[in-house]
Design a protein around this ligand. Structure first.
Ligand code: MSP
Length: 654
């Protein structure tokens, strides 16, 4: 027996930093359709997805929630797995970068690159965008803003390890030129060559010391591996590369397709192949950078409040309409648009009207005219040929388009056959033939041709709409043996005599206006619940905007002291300010503080508070203030920081 050909397809690994939106799900749905298609056509497929769990951003979010980074990601990753279940994602392996085998292998990879001189130690000074975990140069970060997300970048200087990307630059350019299929679509290849490779590659900073949530560098553990080396390695560590059992690595690597959004093509077609070259490993056959799903007004983002929740859509419309929309609306290499109205209209036209009607009309006619048994065909007529030719050629056509990753074009072609079959019904008018007993044979042929066409359609849509296909098969009584790729070889394999059975409507028509109003209400409710949750957890936007990290040295610059309030009065003409006299060790200080709305002078006398003693003096309402006392602010209220046991005024606070 000959061995099956293998096919390895990967998605990017997702940041478990937030709930995934409908745009995020595109990469994985597209990869799933491709993986299912390849399985259908006889390949031994390995489909990998997972989560990218390290980095400063995750550490900061976890900190702000008062949990460990691992506790935080565990919850989000469970949610991501649930979402993939809901979206019918048939991955073969799910990798987490916190998996032990991954961490150990990344350490080995890092050490190997260091030992062979491709990684060296130096200093990094640059502009860093925390949310994107990317360094930028002065020219890239125009106006101090990250060119990807537009948020402010931070200047960072620290000891770091560097990867000699520059050493491999010429080899990479040559590789890209000699392998025209490596970066797709073509436009992205040109972008990489002209914008990044031609201007020259800088060596890449591959470790960080300013945060700890990462894989420690084994030989210098105050460094953690900089996120891209950690993240990109997942594609081979998941296969067992560098581990005891590397049989999957040997079987599946190099990847046939690495599917990524256009925002991360740069990392996958420059850093990644250079890493592989340095390790002496083969380069993936193709990296495909797909376009984005945009909503009215552009990119989906929490701050714009335009995030579309895939769970709400699936709960209302079922999974296949959502998959269909994503796969059909993002054309090869370009962006697509999402809004509820476009989505519902597409569902009504392509799924309810075209596909759903074709199936229900055919089954109904077989029940009505042939007692539910699929009749045998007889002589063909010209009008049949067009339908039959289209149906016979379609599998090859779709396979070619899928090989070129033209997923939406493949669906276009399938829907041409759906449309042709509906037109065939209108042209051949079975209802008229049914009235004439002498036309019974002709009527039988027409209905047989329709059943066989629907069978072909059902097999071909199975990778895209995996829960619709079995429903069609059960209505038409299609045997499992006739759902294979081989069964598409030649028109006419449907077995006459099979019983059909009308089932539930495949895609009920949606009342556009009514549903839009319903979805709007849900969205409002979700938004108000999110606001409430933020309020009750004491979390607000301000709290999430964490400040840049500081060192102990930075902190030590503050002179914090306990101080006892000995006198206090209101400042005339101000309803906010109190003037306080504080005993701080041997001295008395005057401080002006904006706490008058919460505290009266009587409340304050006798309290021990914390003073920032080395703050530059200022004048407020004409009164000198030599320092500041600490208070917390939240929900529009103030609360003083005080001591929970007696301590002498002037004690230092650390
Ligand atoms: N963790 C990195 C990838 C590391 S791979 C070694 C990452 N994660 S992500 O969660 O931010 O993005 C995951 C995928 O979602 C990416 O392919 C990204 O391009 C894609 N998308 C995010 N928003 C999208 C749309 N609006 N539309 C389509 N895809 C989009 O990047």
């Amino acid at each position: 027996m000959t061995e099956k050909k293998t096919y390895y397809i990967t998605t990017p690994i997702y940041y478990p930093s937030d709930k995934l939106h409908i745009g995020n799900t595109y990469t994985t749905v597209a990869a799933d359709a491709l993986a299912r298609f390849k399985r259908l056509t006889g390949y031994d497929v390995m489909f990998l997805t997972g989560t990218d769990e390290h980095g400063q951003k995750i550490q900061r979010i976890a900190q702000s929630k008062g949990v460990t980074p691992k506790e935080y990601v565990d919850v989000i990753v469970a949610g991501i797995k649930d979402l993939w279940k809901l979206m019918d994602i048939s991955y073969d392996k799910f990798i987490r970068t916190t998996d032990d085998y991954h961490e150990k292998t990344v350490q080995k990879i890092f050490k190997q690159l260091y030992d062979q001189g491709d990684i060296y130690k130096g200093f990094y000074e640059g502009l860093y965008c925390t949310p994107c975990e990317a360094f930028w140069t002065e020219t890239q970060a125009v106006g101090g803003k990250c060119p990807d997300c537009g948020r402010p970048v931070e200047r960072t200087k620290e000891e770091a390890y560097f990867f000699k990307m520059s050493k491999y630059q010429d080899r990479l350019v040559k590789y890209i030129e000699e392998h025209p299929d490596f970066i797709q679509p073509e436009s992205r290849k040109n972008e990489m060559i002209n914008n990044f490779l031609k201007p020259g590659l800088d060596d890449l900073c591959v470790s960080r010391t300013s945060f700890s949530w990462g894989i420690p560098v084994s030989f210098d553990p105050k460094h953690v591996v900089y996120v891209w080396i950690d993240a990109l390695s997942n594609y081979i560590t998941a296969l067992g590369y560098g581990q005891e059992d590397d049989s999957n690595y040997k079987k599946y690597w190099p990847a046939d397709v690495q599917l990524v959004g256009k925002d991360i093509v740069r990392f996958h077609t420059i850093i990644w192949p250079i890493m592989l070259m340095a390790l002496g490993l083969p380069i993936p056959k193709r990296v495909f950078g797909h376009g984005w799903l945009l909503v009215d007004g552009g990119k989906m983002s929490k701050s714009k409040g335009n995030v579309v929740d895939p769970v709400v859509l699936v709960n209302h419309f079922g999974v296949d309409p959502v998959r269909y929309y994503l796969l059909r609306e993002i054309p090869f290499g370009s962006d697509g648009l999402f809004n509820n109205e476009l989505f519902i209209k597409k569902l009504n036209s392509d799924l309810a009207n075209d596909l759903g009607n074709l199936v229900s009309r055919t089954v109904t006619m077989i029940e009505k005219y042939f007692g539910g048994s699929v009749p045998a065909p007889s002589a063909r007529e010209d009008v049949d040929d067009e339908l039959i030719n289209l149906a016979s050629e379609l599998p090859r056509e779709v396979e070619k388009l899928m090989d070129d990753l033209k997923i939406s074009d493949a669906l276009d072609e399938i829907w041409k056959l759906v449309g042709r079959a509906n037109k065939y019904i209108d042209e051949t008018t079975p209802w008229a033939l049914s009235k004439d007993e002498s036309k019974k044979e002709r009527l039988a042929s027409i209905l047989y041709n329709l059943c066989e066409t629907i069978r072909i359609i059902s097999v071909l849509i199975s990778p895209f709409l995996p829960s619709t296909s079995p429903k069609i098969n059960s209505q038409l009584g299609i045997d499992k043996s006739l759902t294979t790729w081989e069964s598409l070889d030649g028109f006419g394999k449907f077995k006459p005599g099979v019983k059909v059975k009308r089932g539930e409507v495949l895609f009920p028509r949606i009342d556009v206006e009514g549903k839009l109003a319903e979805l709007d209400k849900i969205r409002e409710k979700q938004e108000s619940e999110a606001r409430k949750e933020d309020a009750t957890s004491g979390r607000d936007n301000k709290a999430e905007q964490t400040k840049p990290e500081i060192t102990m040295d930075d902190f030590a610059k503050l002179d914090l002291k306990t101080a006892k309030v000995t006198a206090c009065e209101k400042i005339k003409g101000s309803d906010k300010l109190l003037k306080l006299q504080l005993a701080v060790g041997g001295e008395t200080r005057q401080v002006v503080s904006g706490i008058a709305k919460q505290y009266t002078p009587e409340d304050m006398i006798g309290k021990t508070v914390i003073l920032v003693a080395n703050l530059k003096p200022i004048k407020l309402r004409g009164e000198d203030s030599f320092g500041m006392i600490l208070a917390a602010e939240g929900d529009g209220k103030l609360s003083l920081v005080t001591m929970d046991s007696d301590i002498a005024p002037g004690s230092s606070v650390r």
